[in-house]
Design a protein around this ligand. Structure first.
Ligand SMILES: O=c1ccn([C@H]2C[C@H](O)[C@@H](CO)O2)c(=O)[nH]1
Ligand SMILES: [Zn+2]
Length: 137
């Protein structure tokens, strides 16, 4: 557990609260927003984008990561990602944990769970994570 009173990360979580307003969640009505912080202080937002073919839905965290990479941010530049959802109880889904981990094992992940702010490294949220080693690389 990282320092849960870290003001940078608490304010990032409030930015994720705002990003929630952009959610397209016509089917679940469950709004999720994400705010990704780079090491140089840029913030990239994401929200969940649902689809009539439910399985095509994109989660807010993955929207933010794909937006960041698409605009040229390198994985090593990502410091943290905060995620905010309707209600008090949210933690990032397994698919999103895997996608965050791909960007770097030390990325801080911030969310509210049971009314408390949780700040954890992605490596602690996804033990025994899946990676591919080819020829020792
Ligand atoms: O980590 C998660 C889990 C779920 N959702 C979204 C997907 C869907 O639109 C809604 C309900 O599952 O919440 C996210 O954005 N992030
Ligand atoms: Zn997800």
């Amino acid at each position: 557990m990282l320092n849960s009173s870290d003001t940078t990360y608490l304010s990032l979580l409030e930015k994720a609260d705002s990003a929630r307003e952009n959610a397209y969640c016509a089917y679940s009505n469950f709004k999720v927003g994400a705010a990704l912080l780079t090491k140089s202080g840029n913030i990239i937002f994401g929200s969940n984008v649902e689809n009539a073919s439910y399985g095509l839905t994109n989660c807010a965290e993955r929207s933010a990561i794909f937006a960041a990479i698409s605009r040229g941010i390198k994985p090593q530049e990502i410091d943290a990602i905060a995620i905010s959802a309707t209600g008090e109880n949210f933690s990032p889904c397994g698919a999103c944990r895997q996608v965050i981990f791909e960007m770097g094992s030390q990325i801080a992940v911030i969310f509210r769970f049971n009314g408390k702010v949780v700040i954890e490294r992605i490596s602690d949220l996804l033990p025994y994570s899946f990676t591919i080693t080819i020829n020792g690389q």
